[in-house]
Design a protein around this ligand. Structure first.
Ligand code: HEC
Ligand code: HEC
Ligand code: HEC
Ligand code: HEC
Ligand code: HEC
Ligand code: HEC
Ligand code: HEC
Ligand code: HEC
Length: 297
């Protein structure tokens, strides 16, 4: 009985289902887009292009059906209205260089400011949750693993976020997209004013004459000063990984050209020993200046 009713209904409705309007949708390019596609036009952050009802700048109508072609590559649409971030000069961030704007930005509406797909660091983890390769073939470390599994994690990440040290994120003329105030690579010409990024939070006295301000000292010799405060200055990241690492964020290895140079640092109660290839194995000892039981820290 029920089946019979179904057939009767189907026959009665059949004439209405002519091919041209079988889905009841207007031919591509016609109709009030916002009226039906409400979920793409209303939200916390709405794209200016959607507010302008400029659907056709990204969707090319392909009538007669309600069919559309997405502009390909999509970046061609973005740069009709925006300055082209691929032209920032210097080092352009991988996905930007490849025109993958929608890997980070939603095209219609978003929960996040700047139409971001997610807030950093989650945004960054979509790609930096694995090791990557640059176009030149250099390996970029898995930063998520460093941050989430290292013995020590840098508190700066919670304080200023990834963008606190890497900006602007589309690209910069500085290596590793590092924000202003930090040198490119392992060495810097001179040290004064070269490490503002770190000294925004840490005490610049770290490089001063007074060895007592740092645990990295041998007797009265400030070993931070020895390594950093010189014409050919060793950058902090020669020895420290700014994301995560062993005790005191000291690296296990440091990139040196295409070589990962091991930095074999071992710590003792009162100092440590470094067996990197830079020099013969060397030790540092904060004592004997202090009394028994005092580790000099
Ligand atoms: C009468 C309601 C209605 C109107 C008006 C309408 N759409 Fe749609 N549209 C739909 C439905 C329903 C679908 C299929 C389900 C889906 O993907 O959301 C669809 C699908 C789409 C798709 C995905 C399919 C494809 O081929 O890529 C795009 C893009 C699209 N519409 C764009 C537009 C644009 C642009 C306008 C205005 C010029 C518009 N629509 C007007 C109801 C409508
Ligand atoms: C800035 C470019 C851009 C604009 C403007 C734009 N779209 Fe899209 N649209 C996309 C991209 C890219 C996709 C592919 C899916 C994705 O990345 O979200 C898409 C997918 C869609 C889909 C498929 C369903 C979905 O949610 O993914 C529909 C429907 C759609 N758009 C409708 C519209 C309508 C209607 C407008 C105008 C109000 C519009 N779009 C404006 C870029 C755009
Ligand atoms: C039809 C013109 C147009 C196109 C095409 C277009 N945009 Fe926009 N976009 C705008 C306007 C208008 C605004 C709002 C004003 C502004 O912030 O510049 C905007 C704002 C933005 C913002 C900032 C949002 C905010 O909250 O401040 C981002 C990010 C963005 N667009 C990314 C894109 C990306 C990615 C594409 C390509 C997929 C794209 N736009 C394509 C017109 C466009
Ligand atoms: C790796 C992620 C990522 C990619 C890929 C990316 N963006 Fe962005 N974009 C961001 C972030 C994060 C911001 C917000 C911070 C800022 O303004 O620097 C932003 C901001 C913007 C803004 C707003 C600028 C402002 O000053 O308000 C526009 C427009 C924009 N992006 C367009 C694009 C276009 C076009 C592409 C593709 C060529 C693209 N983005 C690719 C992450 C990305
Ligand atoms: C869609 C994938 C993607 C997303 C999302 C992404 N990145 Fe990247 N990133 C890459 C790729 C691929 C490279 C390597 C190519 C290159 O040199 O830019 C890279 C390179 C980098 C570099 C330079 C590494 C080097 O050794 O030159 C930094 C720094 C960086 N990303 C930071 C970030 C931060 C911070 C975020 C989040 C705000 C982020 N990335 C989001 C894909 C992504
Ligand atoms: C305190 C500053 C600081 C913060 C916060 C920070 N970084 Fe970095 N990052 C650096 C510096 C400095 C380098 C360069 C290290 C070097 O030259 O060896 C770097 C390098 C990188 C690289 C390149 C690694 C490689 O192997 O080439 C990536 C990718 C990266 N950071 C992503 C991120 C992400 C994602 C976040 C957020 C979770 C983040 N960074 C937070 C300072 C920071
Ligand atoms: C030659 C390697 C090397 C360089 C270069 C280096 N450090 Fe260190 N740093 C260390 C070692 C090793 C320790 C741990 C010393 C200990 O406690 O035994 C340390 C400790 C620290 C500490 C913990 C507090 C302290 O002083 O004991 C901070 C903060 C620090 N370094 C910041 C920096 C900054 C900022 C720079 C760049 C201006 C830098 N370091 C350059 C090797 C280095
Ligand atoms: C936004 C603030 C901020 C910035 C910028 C920052 N740091 Fe830190 N850093 C911290 C905080 C907070 C700690 C944890 C408390 C402490 O040990 O001082 C820390 C800890 C460290 C430690 C480990 C200290 C220990 O004994 O375990 C090292 C090494 C370090 N930072 C190096 C750097 C370097 C190198 C830079 C620049 C590339 C830098 N920091 C930039 C806030 C910052």
């Amino acid at each position: 009985m029920r089946r019979l009713l179904f057939f009767a209904l189907a026959i009665a409705l059949a004439p209405a289902l002519t091919p041209a309007q079988d889905d009841g949708l207007p031919p591509a390019g016609e109709g009030n887009c916002a009226e039906c596609h409400v979920d793409l036009t209303e939200g916390k952050v709405v794209h200016g292009a959607v507010e302008m009802e400029s659907c056709d700048s990204c969707h090319e109508a392909a009538p007669p059906g309600h069919t559309y072609r997405l502009v390909d590559p999509i970046v061609d649409a973005c740069v009709m209205c925006h300055d082209d971030p691929r032209e920032v000069g210097g080092h352009v961030h991988g996905p930007v260089a490849e025109g993958k704007c929608t890997a980070c930005h939603r095209p219609h509406v978003a929960e996040q400011e700047k139409l971001l797909v997610a807030e950093p660091p989650d945004l960054c983890w979509t790609c930096h949750g694995r090791a990557l390769r640059t176009p030149e073939g250099r390996i970029v470390a898995n930063i998520r693993k460093l941050v989430e599994t290292s013995e020590v994690t840098h508190d700066a990440i919670d304080m200023v976020g990834c963008e606190g040290c890497h900006a602007p994120i589309h690209g910069t003329d500085r290596a590793r997209l590092i924000a202003e105030g930090y040198p490119d690579g392992h060495y810097a010409d001179g040290w004064q004013g070269r490490y503002e990024l770190c000294f925004g939070c840490h005490d610049e006295e770290l490089l001063g004459e007074d060895a007592s301000v740092t645990g990295f000292r041998d007797g009265e010799r400030n070993l931070h000063r020895v390594h950093v405060a010189r014409d050919k200055s060793r950058a902090c990241t020669f020895c420290h990984d700014p994301h995560g690492g062993g005790p005191h964020l000291v690296r296990r290895e440091t990139p040196f050209g295409s070589w990962q140079m091991p930095i074999e640092v071992t710590f003792t109660e009162t100092g440590g020993r470094c067996a990197a290839a830079c020099h013969a194995p060397a030790t540092w000892e904060r004592l004997p200046a202090a009394a028994e039981g005092d580790t000099g820290r």
